[in-house]
Design a binder for this molecule. Structure first.
Ligand code: GLU
Length: 305
């Protein structure tokens, strides 16, 4: 059965931008009779907490979203990521990298990539250099060997997006699997056929497509929903004001009022002041979704909706 998902990182309370993406993902799924899953992307153990998971799930329930299976957490799925890494390594598609973030940043940009593209410093190190690194005791990250492959995705909202794929990290030098690997493995393992997420991840999607192809996994469809911005042009964040469900309720906006505003911002016709997501299933039309970011001005953030 077709499956969609929402995959927050439990690093704090969800803000209305996150809730809007969750609502969009849920509507994409429920309007086509698909299953819907919740997955906590908690690989960054320094910033992810169980308390945040509980609060995020509570807020998603409060606004009227539901999911079909108990949520999974990435921190408990390392075996799956290591199996994928083993497959890639057995195919000769990985190598160890001793570069620090700073070295990558300061290195001359790789010929085919945007700034930040890995320049390939450790791709074909001489055996002598490898043993020097090993003797130094500095831990190595593991990278995929892509050598500037190009990958494309046809996004349901943005159309064709194509870019070169650099040798991105699969496992960090602290042993943690990287997001770009985990997301691909999880979506495949959980049978996700439709990925709806914020469009700050659009640039990473060609990497995911490439990984799916080398791991012989089918690619889901993608819809990258525009971000919510504050009027300083920056991505909405806690510092911008009353942006969480708890903040909104302190201003007198109950969850159904918040849904009405979020739904209208997604191009859904909402004549009523308060609405539940289940009332929107038949009104949702992906073709009406705007490609422009939703800008929340400072006065809108701090006054009742
Ligand atoms: N965990 C990511 C985030 O919270 C979302 C990843 C995804 O949907 O693929 O931004």
């Amino acid at each position: 059965m077709p499956t969609g998902r929402f995959a927050p990182s439990p690093t704090g309370d969800l803000h209305v931008g996150n809730l809007r993406t969750a609502l969009a993902a849920w509507l994409f799924a429920r309007s086509t009779g698909s299953r819907f899953l919740l997955r906590f992307e908690d690989l960054d153990l320094a910033t992810s907490t169980r308390d945040n998971e509980v609060r995020q799930a509570r807020d998603l329930s409060l606004i009227g979203l539901d999911w079909d299976d108990p949520p999974v957490r990435q921190s408990e799925r390392s075996d799956l990521y290591e199996d994928a890494i083993a497959d890639l390594s057995n195919a000769g598609l990985t190598y160890r990298c001793w570069c620090s973030r700073r070295e990558v940043r300061d290195a001359a940009v790789a010929p085919h990539g945007p700034p930040g593209t890995y320049p390939g410093t450790c791709r074909d190190l001489a055996a002598k250099k490898v043993s020097e690194h090993q003797e130094s005791g500095r831990p190595a990250a593991l990278r995929i060997r892509c050598s500037s492959t190009t990958a494309s995705v046809v996004d349901r909202l943005h159309g064709n997006v194509s870019s070169s794929v650099d040798d991105f990290v699969l496992r960090r030098n602290d042993g943690t699997p990287a997001y770009n690997l985990a997301v691909v493995v999880d979506d495949a393992d959980q049978g996700v056929g439709e990925v709806v997420r914020a469009d700050d991840l659009l640039d990473s999607t060609p990497r995911h497509i490439h990984l799916q192809s080398v791991l012989d996994l089918s690619s889901p469809s993608y819809a990258h929903v525009p971000l919510v911005l504050a009027d300083d042009g920056k991505r909405l964040a806690k510092r911008h004001g009353s942006v969480t469900l708890h903040d909104r309720s302190a201003l007198g906006d109950d969850p159904e009022r918040v849904i009405a505003v979020l739904a209208a911002s997604l191009g859904i016709d909402v004549p009523e002041l308060r609405v539940r997501p289940s009332d929107l299933i038949t009104r949702f039309d992906p073709a009406e979704l705007s490609l422009d970011p939703w800008v929340l001005s400072t006065d809108t953030i701090d006054t009742p909706w």
